[in-house]
Design a protein around this ligand. Structure first.
Ligand code: THU
Length: 161
């Protein structure tokens, strides 16, 4: 038996003002996207913005439903919209932020496993890394250079062959 370790890397910015202009702007687009959230059940709004290679910005937010499992996270709303409409225009970066009136969010919200798996597949499909910015409006921003940083044991279609 050997013990093995995997290290993941991400950048920790103490404030949005430390980011480059494009990344800062994308975080602010994610804040705008919060307005579209349909989250009457959790009261937890999540906003997501994608910057495409063409410069186009896509906005998305979490969409809940009274039949709870029918809802979808902001990240997957964004990614499936991209997949359906813009997949010839690679995603360069994705910013995610969240807000609730119920308690202060003091750390960035990290994407769920299902969203990471979908990000991983589209990253592989487009053949370019997707940078991820997790933006806490009251604090830090965590930036990863690709999905592998958050999902080192991702499942790829080549495992089915
Ligand atoms: N949610 C997201 O939109 N993204 C995540 O990465 C985690 C959770 C949503 C799902 C649900 O509408 C609400 O946040 C509470 O879980």
């Amino acid at each position: 038996m050997t013990n093995k370790e995997i290290k993941i890397a991400f950048e920790d910015y103490t404030s949005i003002d430390e980011l480059n202009n494009d990344d800062k702007a994308l975080c602010l687009e994610a804040v705008k996207a919060l307005d579209g959230s349909h989250s009457p059940y959790s009261k937890f709004r999540v906003g997501c913005a994608l910057r495409l290679q063409s410069g186009k910005i896509l906005h998305a937010s979490n969409q809940e439903n009274v039949a709870y499992p029918s809802g979808l996270c902001a990240e997957r709303v964004a990614l499936f919209h991209w997949g359906a409409n813009h997949s010839d225009d690679p995603i360069l970066s994705m910013a995610v932020t969240a807000h609730t009136d119920n308690f202060p969010l003091l750390k960035p919200v990290t994407s769920c496993g299902g969203c990471l798996q979908v990000m991983a597949e589209f990253e592989q499909k487009q053949g370019k890394p997707i940078e991820v910015l997790l933006y806490c409006q009251k604090g830090e921003v965590w930036k990863a250079k690709g999905i592998q940083s958050f999902l080192p044991f991702m499942f790829f279609e080549n495992r089915l062959q």
